[in-house]
Design a protein around this ligand. Structure first.
Ligand code: NAP
Length: 242
C-alpha cells in the first residue's frame, strides 16, 4: 500500500519552473511540508503565493545549487523551518544552444557539469548525514533519457546526465544499509523552459507530442509513496511517440 507523503519534509531543488515546480505543487497539495529552492526568488514567491491561495503551505529559499556552502545552508534552513529532510528531489538542470562539439567551449562545459551534476553531489552531501543518522531518506534525481541513449542533446549534457546515474547508483549501494534509497528518473521530451535552450526550437507540432511537467511530477510522487521495503533505482518515461 502507498505510503502517504502528508507531513513529510521534502526539499526540492530546481523548483522555480518546469518539472521541479510541478513536483513542488503536487507534493504541497498532497500535504507534504515542502521547501522549494532555485535561484529565481520572484518565481518561488509566485509559486508560494499560488499555493497559499489554495490553502497549501510551502516554504521557499533562493539558493544556487552550484555553490556547496549554499546547499549546506539550504539543508540547515529546511531542517530548522520544517524538520528533518525525508525526501530530496533534485530537478536542477540546464542545456546550452552551443552544445555541438564544434561550438562547445571549456567554460560552457564546466558550467554544464556544475549545474547538471556537481550541484547534485553538493545537495546530496548536505542532506545525507541527517538521513544516515535517522536511518531513513529518499533521494530522487531527475536525469534524462539522454543519460541512457545517444541523442542530439550534446556531449556536455549527456556526460552530466550519465554522471547523475553514477552518483545515484553509487550512493544507493553505499547507503542502503542506512535506510537510504535513491531513484533516477530519465524523462524524454517535456514541454518546459529548457527547450528554449535548443539551437533549433521545437515546432508547435513537436510540442503537442511532448510530455508535460506534471507527468514527471506524478512519477516522483509515486516513487516517494513506495513503502521503505521497495526502491526504483532507475526509470525511463517518454512521450508515446518515442
Ligand atoms: N524538459 C525536458 O525535455 C527534459 C527532459 C529530460 C530531462 N530533463 C531534466 O529535468 C530537469 C528539470 O528541467 P526542466 O525541463 O523542468 O527545465 P526548467 O523549467 O528550465 O527548470 C530547470 C530548473 O533548474 C533550476 N536551476 C538551473 N540552474 C540552477 C542553479 N545553478 N541553482 C539552482 N537551480 C538551478 C532552475 O531555476 P533557476 O533558474 O531559478 O535557478 C529551474 O528551476 C533538468 O535536469 C533537465 O535536464 C528535462
Amino acid at each position: 500500500m502507498a505510503v502517504s507523503v502528508k507531513d513529510k519534509v521534502v526539499l526540492i531543488v530546481g523548483a522555480s519552473s518546469g518539472i521541479g515546480l510541478s513536483t513542488a505543487e503536487l507534493f504541497a497539495r498532497d500535504g507534504a511540508k515542502v521547501m522549494a529552492s532555485a535561484r529565481r526568488e520572484e518565481r518561488l514567491l509566485k509559486l508560494q503565493t499560488k499555493l497559499t491561495s489554495e490553502g497549501c503551505a510551502l516554504e521557499i529559499m533562493a539558493a544556487d545549487a552550484t555553490k556547496p556552502d549554499e546547499m549546506e545552508r539550504l539543508a540547515a534552513e529546511t531542517e530548522k523551518q520544517l524538520g528533518r529532510i525525508e525526501i530530496l528531489v533534485f530537478a536542477t538542470g540546464t542545456n546550452t544552444p552551443d552544445r555541438a562539439m564544434s561550438r562547445l567551449k571549456v567554460d560552457i562545459w564546466d558550467m554544464m557539469i556544475n549545474v547538471n551534476l556537481s550541484s547534485a553531489y553538493y545537495v546530496t552531501r548536505a542532506v545525507l548525514p541527517a538521513m544516515r543518522a535517522a536511518r531513513d531518506g529518499h533521494l530522487i534525481y531527475i536525469s534524462s533519457i539522454s543519460g541512457l541513449l545517444a541523442d542530439a542533446s550534446g556531449a556536455s549534457y549527456q556526460a552530466a546526465k550519465r554522471g547523475l546515474l553514477g552518483l545515484a547508483h553509487a550512493t544507493r549501494l553505499e547507503e542502503k544499509e542506512n535506510g537510504i534509497r535513491t531513484c533516477v528518473i530519465c524523462p524524454g521530451m517535456v514541454d518546459t523552459e529548457l527547450l528554449e535552450k535548443r539551437p533549433v526550437k521545437p515546432t508547435a507540432e513537436a510540442l503537442k507530442l511532448a510530455m508535460q511537467p506534471e507527468d514527471i511530477a506524478d512519477m516522483v510522487l509515486a516513487v516517494a509513496k513506495l513503502p521503505p521495503r521497495a526502491v526504483v533505482p532507475e526509470m525511463q518515461i517518454m512521450p508515446t511517440y518515442m
